[in-house]
Design a binder for this molecule. Sequence first.
Ligand code: TGC
Ligand code: FAD
Length: 406
Amino acid sequence: MSSATNGEKDFHQSSKADLFNHPDFYQIDDLLTEEHKLIRGTVRDWVKKNISPIIEDAAQQAKFPHHLLKGLGEIGAFGPQLPAEYGCGGLDYISYGIIMQELERCDSGIRSTASVQGSLVMYPIFKFGSEEQKRKYLPKLATGELMGCFGLTEPDHGSNPAGMTTNFKDMGDHLLLNGAKMWISNAPFADVAVVWAKNEQGKIRGVIVERGMEGFTTPETHNKWSLRASATGELVFDNVKVPKENLLPGVEGLKGPLTCLNSARYGISWGAIGAAMDCYDSALRYTKERHQFGKPIAGFQLQQKKLAEMITEITKAQLLSWRLGNLMNTGKATPAQISMCKRNNVDIALKIAREARQMHGGMGITGEYPIMRHMMNLESVITYEGTHDIHLLILGMEITGENAFQ
Ligand code: TGC
Ligand code: FAD
């Protein structure tokens, strides 16, 4: 079971109300169903009540708020896009996106936990697992009774996972796993890890490793300036004996983990809009309230330019993600379309966070406002799940047919 330790009492409850209201400049709500809006309202209310009051303190203390996991499971944040027959949400991809948006509106680290659980742990078990594996793990992962992590990146293989050296040997009655993964979200407390490793033929396969298996450790990565409310760690495998039934039977090769990343990257495209909206919403309120030179700073053209450009970029990002969600729902979305959306939306969110930071003046560097936390979080979001430049190269290859990676 999870090594969860931090409870609600470990965090200072802020008395400041979360006043967030989402901008909808192009009436994009008209493109959503009543169910989508209901889901958004439910998640937003839960986030305002449970996460907003403690998130700043969690980030300042660099502690993951474990006590939120049960509630996240209850609101359907874990695997909402997977079928109800395995205890999951049975919702469409737009609903999944909306949930990621509402979580990241508060903090990218909390969205990260949910993305990893739903798209990188539950999805591969659903898509590539045996019926026994699905029945054993998915219902408990959906409620948060079990938490998972996804091990692809290694110390020497980040953007180029094909070069991984983590490997396993078939020992007859079990697999013997050796190697190490780095930068793994949820690793320090995960009960299960979906790990990608090479077999003796050099083919990449997925294996489910459980906490408690001898030789398996998950040291935490400390001193991050980003995603401080998310737990990151390593996965170290020293002659770990993994039962053969823990091998994911349904896939071989790099397309296994990359297929999972399609789902997670899509969710991040919505999540980043959430962070951008929160920065915009806060900047709009602040510039109307803050007076300098005898009037609200919102009355100065330079501030209006920033706000007008922010809402324009948010609106374009909303339309990209909405359209991509519909393509995901019909199984038509391509990896390059997903790259465009993840890359664009995280980029605009980071730029909006930087502008909003300036608009809050000195207050923008404090924990009184969420801006600096979003800004620092987004520095990870623009790097993980494929860096900004890797997504550009994926797009470049799609439109030219030429591979510029190597
Ligand atoms: P390449 O030769 O192009 O492809 C190998 C095989 O994979 C297939 N493929 C895909 N399949 C599904 N979806 C995709 N998006 C796919 N992209 C490629 C491809 O068709 C081929 O299949 P087959 O049958 O021919 O074998 O592979 P490559 O080695 O040249 O690499 C391509 C590249 C650079 C784009 C890829 O390696 C890449 O995306 N690198 C970035 C690595 C990355 O994104 N890592 C993320 C780690 S997980 C993480 O960051 C989680 S953070 C979570 C959080 O906290 O929210
Ligand atoms: P590198 O690959 O070394 O890249 C360094 C720089 O070189 C980048 O700017 C990159 O764009 C550039 N570059 C690389 N190749 C090329 C090229 N061909 N052409 C031009 N430029 C290039 N991984 C997981 O598996 N699971 C997780 O849960 C997970 N969570 C994470 C959480 C956090 C907080 C962070 C920071 C990372 C996480 N990652 C996770 C790892 C993440 O996916 C990698 O950091 C990312 O893929 C980049 O790899 P790297 O850090 O090794 O950078």
